[in-house]
Write a protein that binds this ligand. Structure first.
Ligand code: URA
Length: 254
């Protein structure tokens, strides 16, 4: 296990969105920050940033927010956008307010369209994010697809061939798997993340996607008990289902 990073308490709390450094210093002076049950006296005390810090530190009586270097899964509802700045409801509005003031900021790991629901990962660890979305990682993402018209029967073969060209592109898609669920629904598993990929794949075979839901990334399933709009922080074991090669310690704050 690598040695934990240490940060000054005021820097740690300011970066987690608890206020400016001056505001955080006031919280500390007021005795509102505790570690392992004891009040912290100095806002310049250096704190080892470990994953269990949320269980050990309290701010105004509440457990500390997740320390930097974490990843969560969100059950993305329809109608919200994976963006920091577009108009309308954003995925970030489904997280606690303070989390929007974190530095480093949380970002989505890839994107789902506004009208796609399901499993979305979000992290504040840029390095981890890139490892997951890197084409080299080639992580499978499974979608439950509902179609406007019955399947023709040749779609699975077409998608698996690795020769399908999407409109406006000159590089064929990598092979993708399709499993028929009913005449108008299927599971499709892709390893790339091209713009509107699944919708455009079905457009390319003369169909139209009417509903799209991602239910798996790597071997990590969207839990059945995670309601739409809710999120859960990933454990090291959950993360290993997404990035099997990462090994333990993939989270910075292990
Ligand atoms: N493919 C799409 O068309 N949309 C998504 O949101 C994800 C994959």
């Amino acid at each position: 296990m690598s040695k934990a990073q240490t940060l000054r308490l005021d820097r740690l709390l300011a970066n987690l969105g608890y206020g400016s450094r001056r505001e955080v210093q006031q919280l500390v002076r007021a005795g509102l920050v505790t570690l392992d049950g004891g009040t912290i006296e100095d806002s310049d005390q250096r704190i080892a940033v470990t994953r269990d810090l949320s269980e050990r530190m309290r701010v105004q009586g509440r457990p500390l927010d997740p320390p930097p270097g974490f990843i969560l899964m969100l059950h993305k509802p329809l109608g919200v956008t994976c963006s920091h700045k577009e108009a309308g409801p954003l995925v970030y509005s489904l997280l606690p307010d303070r989390w929007r003031r974190r530095d480093p900021a949380l970002s989505t790991v890839g994107r789902l369209d506004k009208e796609t629901s399901g499993l979305l990962l979000m992290t504040d660890d840029g390095n981890l994010l890139h490892r997951i979305i890197s084409p080299r990682a080639s992580i499978p993402k499974r979608y439950n697809v509902t179609l406007d018209r019955p399947l023709r029967g040749d779609e699975a073969e077409t998608f698996a061939a690795g020769t399908l060209l999407l409109e406006g592109e000159d590089k064929p898609l990598l092979p993708a798997q399709m499993e028929v669920l009913s005449p108008t629904s299927a599971h499709v598993t892709v390893t790339e993340g091209r713009y509107h990929q699944v919708r455009r794949m079905f457009a390319a075979v003369g169909n139209h996607v009417t509903a799209l839901h991602r239910d798996r990334i790597g071997a990590l399933d969207l839990p059945e008990d995670l309601e739409s709009g809710k999120f859960r922080i990933l454990s090291e074991a959950d993360l290993a289902l997404v990035l099997p090669k990462a090994g333990s310690g993939a989270l910075k704050t292990s």
